[in-house]
Design a protein around this ligand. Structure first.
Ligand SMILES: [Fe+2]
Length: 287
């Protein structure tokens, strides 16, 4: 393995992988080597450009901490997260479509009772009531299905982006009743910019792209014996539905949040302001 040339280098690197290693590891590594070499051959980077790439990835790593995951953001904004999602969730047509998990999910959200206010203690925002059912692939209600719900605050930040505020704001776990129903109160979801003060933001600006995501609520819906789904409910008529910075929008996940005048809310509470009502059923496939 000497005198390697522009032409022979790729083969030599592929041949260096020991044939006794785990076959999946070998396949993944060799595909990465082949595609990386093809990429470099295509763009023919100067050494300064190559170093700029190394520095970009280094800064992406340094931007990550316990609350910020710049690499997930990079994957999301390059469309890789949605591609991985599509490959892993080739579902039948009657099952809720999946979309990106995103970098803001937190484990351990508190379990709240049916009808509780997800936005308790959160400032601002217009009240919204969300309800629906969790169904199996045959349209039969699933009792005790779990809905892990999280949402950005009206000030367009997730709680984890604001260490000054209490944790677990706009995060909760709900369970469906015997008839498969769930319902909760929240505030109207708002569109927000993904964190663009780091390397991913630089990349977006360099590519002439904006950092905005259309308004949505995140859900992970799961039930014993069924495949869980990581998904969103998007707000109909949001101006960013056709240019989501992370390519996550699917038509079946876009839901009307109907505005209602002051009066009685769906939970019977008297409302002195306008409020919104949304209905969305989730369908899970059997495992
Ligand atoms: Fe989000």
């Amino acid at each position: 393995m000497r005198q390697l040339t522009e032409e022979s280098l790729t083969h030599a690197v592929l041949a260096a992988t020991d044939t006794s290693v785990d076959p999946r590891t070998r396949d993944v590594a060799n595909a990465l080597i082949r595609h990386l070499h093809a990429f470099v051959r295509e763009i023919e980077p100067s050494e300064a450009e190559w170093l700029k790439g190394i520095e970009f990835l280094t800064r992406t790593g340094h931007t990550c901490d316990a609350n910020r995951q710049e690499f997930i953001l990079l994957s999301d904004t390059l469309g890789v997260s949605m591609l991985v999602d599509a490959i892993n969730h080739r579902r039948p047509g009657n099952v809720t479509e999946s979309t990106v998990l995103g970098p803001f999910h937190v484990h351990g959200a508190p379990a709240l009772p049916m009808g509780a206010n997800l936005a308790e203690g959160v400032d601002g925002g217009s009240p919204a009531f969300v309800e629906g059912r969790v169904l199996d692939g045959n349209g039969k209600p699933i009792a005790g299905a779990r809905l892990d719900v999280w949402q950005v605050r009206p000030d367009r930040l997730y709680d984890v982006q604001d260490p000054e505020q209490p944790s677990m704001q706009l995060r909760a776990v709900f369970h469906t009743a015997a008839d498969g129903r769930y319902r909760f109160r929240t505030v109207m979801p708002v569109s927000y910019a993904i964190p663009d003060d780091g390397p991913v933001g630089e990349m977006l600006r360099a590519l002439g792209r904006h950092p905005w995501r259309p308004a949505h609520i995140h859900f992970i819906v799961s039930a014993p014996g069924h495949a869980p789904v990581v998904t969103h409910v998007f707000v109909e008529d949001d101006p960013y539905l056709d240019s989501d910075a992370v390519f996550g929008v699917k038509d079946s996940l876009v839901v009307a949040f109907e505005e209602r005048p002051p009066g009685m809310a769906p939970d019977g509470a008297p409302m002195e302001t306008h409020f919104h009502v949304a209905h969305h059923d989730f369908s899970l496939s059997a495992r």
